[in-house]
Design a protein around this ligand. Structure first.
Ligand SMILES: Nc1ncnc2c1ncn2[C@@H]1O[C@H](COP(=O)(O)OP(=O)(O)O)[C@@H](O)[C@H]1O
Ligand SMILES: [Mg+2]
Length: 264
C-alpha cells in the first residue's frame, strides 16, 4: 500500500518540549491508532497533521508532499474532536451543511449531501433535531457526518468517544469500523484506551510520556495474538502514565528544566 501520511521527525515546543522527533507512516486506507498517557501531546500531534498547528521542527508529508503550514491544505482533512462542537442553535442537517458552504455546497445541494451523510451514520429521521435533543452518541455521529461531508482523504479523530458511556462507546467503535470499511479512508484515531485501539486499529503507535517520543509501533492486522498485544501495551502505558504524572506533579523523573510551567 502507498504511504498516505508520513510524519517525519516532528518536534513541538511550547513553554515546554511536547513532541520529540515523532516519526511514523500511515499507509493508504490504514486505521492507525495513536496511544499515550494524558497530556503527552496526542492532540498537538493530530493538530499538526491537520495543519492547525505548525511543528517546531520536522515535517508532515501527504502522499510525499510536505504540508505547507502557511497555506490552507490542498488535501482535504476531516477532523472529529472529543467534543462534538455542533452549533446548538442549528439542526443536525444545518450543522453538517454548514461545512459545505466554503466548498460551494450551499442551498439545496448542501441539504442533500448533509442528508445523505446523516443517513450514512445512522441518523436518518433525525435531520431536523437540534443537538441538545439527541444523545451524546448521536451528536458524535453527526460530528462524524460533518467530517465526512467534505469528502476528506484523511480522517483525524481525537478521542471522539471519550465522553460516551461504555455501551455507546462500543456501538460507536463498531460504527467507525463500518465507516472505515465502507469508505476506505485513511484514519488516524487518538485514544488512551488500549482496549479500543486494539479492537479497531490496524496499526498502533504508542507514545511515551512528555516530551513524547514514539515508544513502539505495533502491527495489529489480526496476525498477532491480541491478548499478548493488550498485555504488552498495558505494561507500557502504566510505565508512561507514572512517568507523565511524575512530570506533571514535578517529582520522579522530571529534570528541573522539563517541569511544566502551570501547563497540565
Ligand atoms: N497551545 C498551547 N500552548 C501551550 N501549551 C500547550 C498548548 N497546547 C497544548 N499544550 C501543552 O502541551 C502538552 C500536551 O497537550 P495535548 O497535546 O493536549 O496532550 P494530550 O492530547 O496527549 O492529552 C500539555 O502539557 C499541554 O498543556
Ligand atoms: Mg488530547
Amino acid at each position: 500500500m502507498a504511504v498516505k501520511v508520513e510524519v517525519r521527525a516532528v518536534s513541538k515546543d511550547y513553554l515546554i518540549p511536547v513532541l520529540d522527533r515523532i516519526s511514523f507512516s500511515v499507509a493508504e486506507g490504514e486505521f492507525l491508532c495513536i496511544l499515550g498517557p494524558n497530556g503527552c501531546g496526542k492532540t498537538t500531534l493530530l493538530r499538526i497533521i491537520g495543519c492547525m498547528e505548525e511543528p517546531t521542527a520536522g515535517e508532515v508529508l501527504i502522499e510525499g508532499k510536505p504540508l505547507d503550514f502557511a497555506h490552507l491544505p490542498e488535501h482535504r482533512i476531516g477532523f472529529v474532536f472529543q467534543e462534538d462542537r455542533l452549533l446548538p442553535w442549528k439542526t443536525l442537517r444545518e450543522n453538517v451543511a454548514l461545512v459545505l458552504k466554503p466548498l460551494g455546497g450551499e442551498g439545496e445541494r448542501g441539504r442533500k449531501v448533509a442528508t445523505d451523510y446523516l443517513r450514512f451514520v445512522g441518523l436518518a429521521g433525525f435531520e431536523d433535531y437540534f443537538p441538545n435533543r439527541v444523545s451524546g452518541g448521536m451528536r458524535q455521529r453527526a460530528a462524524i457526518a460533518r467530517a465526512l461531508a467534505v469528502e476528506p482523504e484523511i480522517l483525524l479523530m481525537d478521542e471522539p468517544f471519550g465522553g460516551l458511556d461504555a455501551q455507546n462507546r462500543r456501538i460507536m467503535q463498531g460504527e467507525v469500523q463500518r465507516i472505515w470499511r465502507e469508505t476506505k479512508k485513511t484514519i488516524l484515531f487518538v485514544t488512551h484506551s488500549i482496549e479500543e485501539a486494539t479492537l479497531i486499529g490496524t496499526k498502533l503507535v504508542m507514545m511515551s510520556a512528555r516530551p513524547a517520543a514514539v515508544r513502539e509501533i505495533i502491527e495489529n492486522d489480526g496476525g498477532a495474538d491480541r491478548h499478548a498485544i493488550v498485555e504488552r501495551l498495558n505494561r507500557m502505558i502504566t510505565e508512561e502514565v507514572i512517568r507523565q504524572q511524575g512530570l506533571d506533579y514535578g517529582f520522579g523523573g522530571a529534570t528541573p528544566g522539563e517541569r511544566p510551567m502551570g501547563a497540565g
